[in-house]
Design a protein around this ligand. Sequence first.
Ligand code: CTP
Ligand code: ZN
Length: 154
Amino acid sequence: MAETTLLVSKIKDGTVIDHITGGHALDVVKILGITGRTKGAVLIAMHVPSKRLQTKDIVKVEGRELKPKEVDKIALLAPQASINIIRDYQVAEKQHVKLPKVIRGTVTCGNPACISNSNEPVQPKFYVQSQEPLMMKCHYCSFLMEKQDILKQF
Ligand code: CTP
Ligand code: ZN
């Protein structure tokens, strides 16, 4: 992208979630629990050109940092995302999200009959078989979960 164009302005203090898989910015906004009534500036860019990906989305949130659980959820939808903590206009920390091979606790199994959905104290557990497109398999019932199944839960 030409250096002469700045698509969305820089922020002063907060978090920039960059290199989000194109089309998933609004899912990230939802994961962060941001609604129209949330205070603080939120800047969203969708399907912008990217050096690394074909197109990417960006979400900039002024005045807050992310919780580990939120980062885990973002990793499922956008395994290439980077989380930049901005302090006084500078990138103070840069973290690349990582999708673990085994997912525990972040999502529940889509099979209603799965033991992890019963009253038994069994924590959901999945094995990631493919990152993009996302495909993960339940440890207990072998149910295959795709991105669409996961999005419904967020
Ligand atoms: N950013 C911002 N406000 C700031 C500083 C940075 O919105 N005050 C944004 C930049 O626009 C960019 C992201 O935070 O989208 C990361 O900034 P930086 O590390 O400077 O950019 P790159 O070097 O392009 O990052 P990467 O190597 O991760 O692509
Ligand atoms: Zn299951």
